[in-house]
Design a protein around this ligand. Structure first.
Ligand code: NAP
Length: 94
């Protein structure tokens, strides 16, 4: 089974991306801050890894918990009119 971590998985593009890969039979790690929204994605192949992508230690722990990774999708951020989240903690895992 292939594995992917999706950031921004609690809403918008990230959530749609996570649900797409689940539908394709992938194991999916969900990252966003709002754990209660990640918990709504109820699937046997989901691992919710709630954290803030600007917190490098928390991101390190999330990736370590998830284990093997085949792909990564980064969709954490804000609307075009706001500053994007700096997911510096993620880049070290790619
Ligand atoms: N919508 C579009 O048409 C479009 C097109 C091109 C590019 N984009 C870009 O794609 C990104 C996502 O857009 P969207 O429309 O899907 O926005 P959205 O619905 O507001 O989703 C943003 C996601 O990012 C997460 N997030 C934000 N800050 C975070 C942080 N510090 N740590 C962890 N997760 C964080 C949010 O989860 P929590 O709040 O739970 O943490 C949420 O899941 C944005 O950067 C946007 O500019 C959007």
């Amino acid at each position: 089974m292939k594995s992917i971590i999706v950031t921004g998985a609690s809403s918008g593009i990230g959530r749609v991306t996570a649900e797409y890969f689940l539908g394709q039979g992938w194991r999916v790690g969900l990252i966003a801050r709002r754990a209660h929204l990640l918990a709504q994605i109820d699937h046997e192949n989901v691992i919710a890894l709630p954290c803030d992508v600007t917190d490098e230690a928390a991101v390190d722990a999330a990736f370590a918990q998830f284990g093997h990774l085949d792909a990564y999708s980064g969709a954490s951020g804000h609307s075009f009119r706001q500053h994007p989240a700096t997911d510096s903690g993620v880049s070290g895992h790619l």
